[in-house]
Design a protein around this ligand. Sequence first.
Ligand SMILES: Cc1cc2nc3c(=O)[nH]c(=O)nc-3n(C[C@H](O)[C@H](O)[C@H](O)COP(=O)(O)OP(=O)(O)OC[C@H]3O[C@@H](n4cnc5c(N)ncnc54)[C@H](O)[C@@H]3O)c2cc1C
Length: 400
Amino acid sequence: MILGQKITVLGAGIGGLSAALALAQRGAQVTVLEQAEAITEVGAGIQVSPNGARVLEALGVADRLAARSVTGRAVVLRDGLSGQDVAKLDLTQLPAHQRYLFVHRADIVDVLADAVRAAGVTIKLLQKVVDAQADGTVHLATGAQHKADLVVAADGLHSRMRPALNGTAEPFFTGQVAWRCLVPNVIGHPMHARVHMGPGRHLVSYPLRDGKMVNIVAVEERKLWAEEGWFHEDDPQNLKAAFAEFDPEVHLLLNATEKVFLWGLYRHPVATRWTDGQGRVALLGDAAHPTLPFLAQGANMALEDAWVLADCLSQHDGTAAALAAYELQRKPRVSRVIEAANANAWKYHLRRGPVRLAAHLGMRTLSRMAPGRLLHQFDWLYAHDVTQASTPGRGSASVV
Ligand SMILES: Cc1cc2nc3c(=O)[nH]c(=O)nc-3n(C[C@H](O)[C@H](O)[C@H](O)COP(=O)(O)OP(=O)(O)OC[C@H]3O[C@@H](n4cnc5c(N)ncnc54)[C@H](O)[C@@H]3O)c2cc1C
């Protein structure tokens, strides 16, 4: 029933493009409406974990992306003050089909956009949605009105369609701000994601583009409000001052920063309604479930959503039933991932004292004595393969 169906996707981010590709590959006539004048992404990295990489493989773009990615060999938790390793997830021990990639956001969007165009999808730029209705009617800044058999809203954190289905809900400030920046790899950063943990703050770094650059996301607890959004420039001195107590490698990286962006981390509830109940509208990716970046899963969840949505539409006879199945399948998974991400912040930010010492000792011991057990804690997350409709395993993601 998906064959020939006219589907409009709002937003050409990772979620929108992967959904457009998955739908077009199943025979839908897909149009993507994007507000920007070009398909670009912010200068930042993204970790594509095996669960997201499986979707990219099934979409036929994994090899092209792998050629532009760094294969992650480990995730290492460090004491940010001493610079000593606390725990290591050895990603080389993952089964060969489970890839863990560090990718520049512009590269993943570029690879997806090429594949989308090759699949016959029409991408229309400068199509800002200013209003949307639960029946799928979309009003554009150009004054035009748009209607399709089905609208897939992948228009991100500030989605116009989400409030049409759910009303407005105020997010709350988590008391944390984050800086992001890209710097030259001045320290010979290994092919690891490193999490430097300190009292009330942590800094994540990993290499990109043949290891020539390093992506940094640094989080600090703060009472002061900071704006939500990715484009607020800040003085690099503020970032350096916040991590002044951290180990010398962190200083070397931060001394290489020229441009940094700062934004506030807000928690948004998972949308109560992802679909309109009539088979006309579905939310996908951040539009349905924005997540804090403490488990590196927002884009991976958008990739999983995209596959499951297309799969449900091709499996079910009616669109309403297909969308209901999509929501039913995705909500518990996404909610679990978001809870795990929320729980990670306090673990990274333990203050000085016995609790911090004991926690680090526990992680260090587990990492040395049972490295396999540490890695397999993440099977429920990384080994989950939506392209095989696999059943999620059990466990918790308490380390990254
Ligand atoms: C610091 C940080 C680090 C992160 N790291 C990771 C990571 O390592 N791994 C990971 O999986 N996730 C990570 N994430 C999360 C990830 O970036 C998001 O979850 C992901 O980008 C969501 O994709 P999306 O397509 O749903 O939304 P978006 O990427 O926000 O795309 C939305 C698209 O819709 C367009 N749009 C928006 N509004 C309109 C409108 N009104 N009209 C038309 N078009 C519109 C936008 O221009 C954009 O192209 C991170 C997030 C942050 C903040």
